[in-house]
Design a protein around this ligand. Structure first.
Ligand code: AMP
Ligand code: GLY
Length: 428
């Protein structure tokens, strides 16, 4: 098979890595890829948002399958345009992808299909939203409705913070047109967990649970990021609760979209808040998580191509997902200053030394190659990933690899997986 992956992040490096392990994949391309993907696939210099160029390239290249990593091209209709050219695409249509691209759509959808979520209100007018905040004291969450690279949800502990967040989104337009509408949401406390699931339009099958770390700094402090690290499997939901998540969140979402004429094919991401044996849906995304993919895919035993083909062909019910025992941990190394402003172009050293550790892969995100050197080129730079028989060893290994890697200003959280270790001790 000849496969094209679209995207340039750590998730897409992990996808290329997992696809390259399939004996069915003979030729692998990635557009545009990054400084780490070139070893496994051919990097094609077309940006993930240039859907017209991607469609021309994919149609001319006679690809057997296109796998879309990030949300932006899905929202721009890449899946629909590729399908119109007769290509097989592992990703949802733009209509199904609204579960992520419009939080206003997503919240109304959850209300309509009785999917448990936080109470909310949606506004397109700043004054009305500001009055709502006056009537609903903090803590409260203010979210830009559109796509904002994981940074558009602002958790506000005081009323002043909430009004400032609203101004930032609606008046200063920090996220551009993503802030045309805001969703203001009841604050939920508890433990977050990501449930990723494969979906074929009808059947939905969850993967291993993963726990991301969205805050920039240790102890879940600081601004939200795209995700600073992850481990899998997480034990935040027991089997009975996971069955409830399938029955009350994932299956109704897939059934609801089918009913609306937008069957969901691809990976459905449910971000959940779990507390006291109950859960609510914080958000849906229409793709693998990043860095969840980096922590989950190394444990997948089933051939990823078989799973993706089954989703595209509507026969996921015939595929059993098999997972390796043990745990996988991914520690994100980011540029100093991320998620705010940061400088690029620093040389990264120690990558070869890190990769010598057993069961360790350094997934690249914001990197590029120049001559023989690897340079930083983005906010999240690397996802240093290790797996082992248990979480403590996976974390020890991943951090040992992190210690071998250096560039000016590199930052990373030192407490990835700490909650998982505590949960493990409580269960023991
Ligand atoms: P979202 O993009 O909607 O998932 O929000 C990003 C992050 O903001 C989540 O992963 C949570 O950490 C936090 N968050 C979102 N909604 C809420 C909420 N209703 N209550 C508490 N935290 C939230
Ligand atoms: N890790 C969060 C996300 O992919 O949205």
């Amino acid at each position: 098979m000849k496969v094209l992956v679209v995207g340039s992040g750590g998730r897409e490096h992990a996808l290329v890595w997992a696809l390259s392990r399939s004996p069915q994949v003979k030729e692998l391309y990635i557009a545009p890829g990054n400084g780490g993907t070139g070893g496994l696939a051919t990097n094609v210099p077309i940006p993930a948002e240039d859907v017209a160029a991607l469609v021309d390239y994919a149609a001319a290249g006679r690809f057997d399958m296109v796998v879309v990593g990030p949300e932006a091209p899905i929202a721009l209709g890449l899946t629909d345009l590729l399908q119109a050219k007769g290509l097989r695409v592992f990703a949802p249509s733009a209509a199904a992808g609204q579960l992520e691209s419009s939080k206003a759509f997503s919240k109304d959808f959850m209300r309509r299909y009785a999917i448990p979520t936080a109470a909310y209100a949606t506004f397109a007018d700043h004054a009305a939203a500001a009055r709502y905040l006056e009537a609903h004291p903090a803590p409260i969450v203010v979210k830009a409705s559109g796509l904002a690279a994981g940074k558009g949800a602002i958790v506000c502990q005081t009323d002043a913070e909430a009004q400032a967040a609203l101004r930032q989104i609606m008046v200063e337009r920090a996220f551009g047109s993503a802030g045309d509408q805001v969703v203001i949401e009841e604050y939920l406390s508890g433990q977050e967990v990501t449930v990723l699931a494969f979906a074929d339009g009808r059947t939905v099958k969850p993967m291993l649970l993963a726990q991301d770390h969205k805050a920039a700094y240790d102890g879940d402090r600081g601004p939200n990021t795209g995700g600073m690290g992850c481990y899998a499997p997480a034990s935040v939901l027991d089997d009975a609760l996971l069955r409830q998540v399938v029955a009350r969140v994932l299956q109704p979402a897939v059934d609801g979209l089918a009913e609306l004429g937008a069957p969901y094919v691809g990976v459905l991401y449910a971000g959940l808040m779990v507390s006291g044996g109950d859960f609510r849906t914080l958000e849906f995304n229409c793709r693998f998580g990043d860095p969840e993919a980096q922590a989950i895919l190394p444990l997948l035993r089933t051939d990823l191509v078989d799973v993706m083909n089954a989703c595209i062909d509507g026969r996921l019910d015939q595929v059993a997902l098999e997972w390796a025992a043990g745990s996988c941990a991914c520690v994100v190394m980011a540029s100093g200053g991320y998620p705010g402003d940061y400088a690029r172009g620093f040389e990264i050293v120690g990558l070869d030394e890190a990769a010598k550790l057993p069961d360790t892969v350094v997934f690249h995100a914001g990197t590029r190659r120049e001559g023989g050197r690897v340079l930083t080129a983005g906010g999240r730079v690397l996802g240093v990933t290790s797996w082992a028989g248990g979480l403590p060893e996976a974390l020890r290994r991943a951090y040992a690899a992190v210690e071998r890697i250096h560039w000016d200003g590199a930052i990373y959280r030192r407490d990835i997986g700490a909650k998982g270790l505590r949960a493990g001790k409580e269960a023991a």
